[in-house]
Design a protein around this ligand. Structure first.
Ligand code: AMP
Ligand code: MG
Length: 418
């Protein structure tokens, strides 16, 4: 498998700026997921493996956009009412056949019906009067009105969906409109997921003194599901280097990515980095960000490894801003660069220079736009802040003193996939 190249990322123990980490992913990580075919109904959220072209135009023929009367514009009197005999009737799905195609007259036609040859304009039925086999048409319509052209939606041969796209409902509709019943997609990325920590318990199990329930695995599994990964939920690992190494070695062999949370920092009970180093290497393990400084990128054999922090907010933020671009690359997806929206800061905030920082916030309408209200408790362990907030204010490395009223960048969770 071609994942991370073997040479060291050479960042030692220094704090790696997020943009440098993302640039290294761009340089070193390539797609591992094979191509396969998915039926249209099962293709939602899957990643297109190649460009898809239209085998025929949409619409496939010139047709009427309204219920009414097809006419030849040249037969209309531009100054006065025109009366034309009705010489045929064509509904959607009918062949556009007329008894006498050369006769002067109008054709009763319905929305989606094929335009008969030589007819170029359609009068809406609401604008006409039909009487004794003829239709009376007021002057004023433009040439070509209410006529839809073959190929005006999609031209035959055009690329309708590009490789790397995560398929959305409208994409499936578009593929269906050109007659495709299946699409070439990437196989789901096989992601192994662990939590680490002696204190962790499975939700539903008894939790004695000192125990906390494992929150991270459930949030992470949801994020991975949304990215279309095939998630192996491999449970909770103890704070024991040998046990972690054994479990990671096995997971590395059968997966495209191994993801853990907790145990990557500098505490005596943080054994994940040493375990990974014994099986491969760590490329870097500290990012210049808050929350979430301890984030490790490494490899187990040739399989990429990401060690996320333990604190649940840090886990989610680092997943969204660092693990997701890695997953996009490995999966063959076009890397999603989250768009930010300028909003007004509704808070004062001081931060250290040289690190990217995210503040959980909700938006409130204000004159001319939106104000971001900072969630009161910003600790990296305050998971309820992720539920209460609607997104993150992203503060750049060089910002230090944010004052209410300044313009800041807001990243809605919907944009991040959270
Ligand atoms: P660590 O990085 O392992 O020292 O963990 C940092 C903090 O995150 C500690 O308070 C842990 O108890 C907590 N933590 C780690 N993993 C989880 C988890 N899966 N669910 C909830 N809290 C966790
Ligand atoms: Mg721990």
């Amino acid at each position: 498998m071609a994942q991370l190249s073997d040479d060291c990322f050479a960042f030692g123990g220094a704090l790696t700026p997020l943009d440098d980490a993302l640039a290294l992913l761009e340089e070193r990580v390539s797609v591992v997921a094979d191509a396969e075919t998915a039926a249209l109904r099962g293709a939602l959220g899957r990643i297109l493996a190649e460009d898809v072209r239209a085998g025929r135009p949409v619409p496939p023929h010139d047709n009427s956009a309204v219920d009414g009367y097809a006419v030849r514009f040249a037969e209309l009197d531009p100054q006065a009412e025109t009366c034309l005999p009705i010489i045929g009737r064509i509904a959607a799905g009918d062949p556009p056949v007329l008894a006498d195609p050369d006769a002067r007259g109008a054709v009763r036609i319905f929305t989606g019906a094929v335009m008969p040859a030589g007819f170029d304009t359609v009068m809406m039925q609401e604008d006409c009067r039909e009487e004794a086999g003829a239709v009376h048409i007021a002057p004023g319509i433009g040439m070509g009105a209410n006529r839809r052209f073959a190929g005006e939606d999609v031209e035959a041969g055009a690329v309708i969906l590009g490789a790397g796209r995560r398929l959305q409902p409208q994409d499936l509709g578009l593929a269906a409109s050109v007659g495709l019943s299946a699409l070439p997609v990437r196989a789901r990325l096989r992601a192994a997921l662990f939590s680490t920590g002696n204190e962790l318990r499975e939700p539903g199990a008894a939790a004695g003194p000192g125990a906390v329930y494992d929150a991270n695995r459930f949030a992470l599994a949801g994020l991975l599901d949304r990215l279309g990964c095939a998630v192996s939920d491999l449970g909770i690992l103890p704070d024991d280097r040998a046990a972690i190494a054994a479990a990671l070695a096995e997971a590395g062999a059968g997966h495209d990515l191994v993801l853990t949370s907790g145990g990557v920092s500098v505490g005596d009970e943080d054994h994940v980095r040493a375990a990974v180093e014994s099986l491969g290497q760590i490329h870097f393990w500290r990012l210049a960000i808050k929350p979430g400084r301890p984030v490790a990128l490494g490899q187990i054999g040739r399989t990429p490894f990401v060690g996320l922090p333990g604190n649940p907010v840090a886990v989610m933020v680092t997943f969204l801003r660092f693990a997701r671009p890695l997953i996009d690359r490995l999966s063959g997806a076009a890397v999603h660069v989250p768009r930010t929206w300028p909003v007004r800061a509704g808070f004062d905030h001081r931060k250290k220079a040289n690190r990217r920082e995210w503040v959980r916030a909700t938006l409130e309408p204000c004159a001319g736009g939106w104000t971001a209200r900072k969630f009161a408790r910003q600790g990296a362990g305050i998971l309820s802040s992720m539920t209460a907030a609607s997104g993150l204010v992203e503060l750049p490395e060089d910002a230090t003193d944010i004052r209410a009223g300044m313009t800041v960048d807001f990243l809605p969770f919907s944009e991040l996939g959270a």
